[in-house]
Design a protein around this ligand. Structure first.
Ligand code: GLN
Length: 305
């Protein structure tokens, strides 16, 4: 696999010239559009990487399945899915249209912005410091890396520009979907999105998800199996925004992307993969990252279907 990636990497790197770095969160506009990196952990715990796999970026929407996982472990399936549905939307991640038309009580799924805001509102803690510490510690546990933190400038950049998310949370409050202080919950959501990681971290988390909560490196069950199965299913159906269907057909791996340019993949019982390429397509997914995963999936028969 290493040789194969090496042979196609140059060609794929050219694709980073297409697309655009997200700048609706102004601080994300500082990313280098030509970056492309991949990190892969296999089930024996071997790691290999190419390109810019050490570059740190904010995980953005990749935080959504991880916070969902934490909420499922803490509160259980029933409490979480009382607040959020399980169905893909086919709409952009920040769309508000179906909040009123589909189910008048809850967002369609936990991986669109509205659903993720609803899920993070469930995380208990005496204040946001305690809540974000809990989220960070959970992600540190999954990534087996103590050095995972929030990028304050990206957090603040989204906090001052995130009016669309602000409108969403007020709507959610008006329908009784969330309790609590809207500013506080939104801050927590922006903080979870601004958590920094690199390809290696995503690959490491992916490996734990690929093994339903068992970590082949530490050789122990880190988290219970059932919540992992749930988030893997959600990633398969909703993980790549309104490109999830195309990704399922062309790549066929449970995965989650973020507008920071990252993609986390869990190839069941085989690999955890982290990709970084901040130049995005129109739907918000890494252009070169998508193609790289498609090539890998085809060459090594990684599709779960
Ligand atoms: N923080 C981003 C937002 O809410 C996350 C979106 C994403 O990665 N798709 O807009």
């Amino acid at each position: 696999m290493e040789k194969y990636i090496e042979s196609i990497f140059g060609e794929l790197k050219e694709l980073t010239q297409e697309g655009k770095v997200a700048d609706y969160i102004p601080a994300l506009g500082n990313a280098n559009p030509n970056n492309l990196g991949i990190g892969i952990y296999d089930n024996n715990g071997n790691y290999f990487s190419f390109g810019d796999d050490e570059v740190k970026f904010t995980i953005q929407s990749i935080s959504k399945p991880l916070v969902l996982l934490l909420a499922l472990i803490e509160l259980g399936e029933e409490a979480v899915f009382d607040k959020v549905g399980m169905e893909p939307t086919g709409d952009p991640f920040n769309s508000i249209i179906r909040l009123e038309t589909f189910d008048k009580r809850k967002p369609l799924n936990p991986l669109i912005n509205a659903g993720a805001i609803s899920v993070v509102s469930l995380i208990n803690g005496k204040d946001n410091i305690e809540r974000i510490e809990k989220i960070l510690n959970f992600i540190r546990l999954l990534a087996d890396n103590e050095n995972i933190n929030v990028d304050t400038s990206v957090f603040l950049s989204e906090k001052v520009t995130g009016d669309r998310n602000r409108s969403m949370i007020y709507f959610l409050k008006s329908i009784g979907n969330i309790n609590g202080n809207v500013d506080e919950i939104l801050d927590l959501y922006f903080m979870q999105c601004a958590i920094k990681a690199n390809c290696r971290d995503l690959a490491r988390i992916g490996l734990v998800l690929a093994n339903r909560g068992y970590d082949p490196v530490r050789q122990e069950q880190i988290i219970p199996k059932r919540p992992v199965q749930i988030i893997n299913a959600m990633m398969t159906t909703c993980g790549m925004y309104d490109e999830s269907g195309e990704f399922a057909v062309k790549v066929g791996i449970p995965a989650k992307s973020g507008v920071g340019g990252g993609i986390l993949c869990a190839v069941p019982r085989q690999y955890g993969i982290g990709v970084y390429g901040p130049s995005l397509d129109k739907k918000g997914n890494s252009i070169a990252g998508f193609k790289l995963l498609e090539a890998l999936s085809n060459a090594f028969d990684l599709s779960i279907f």
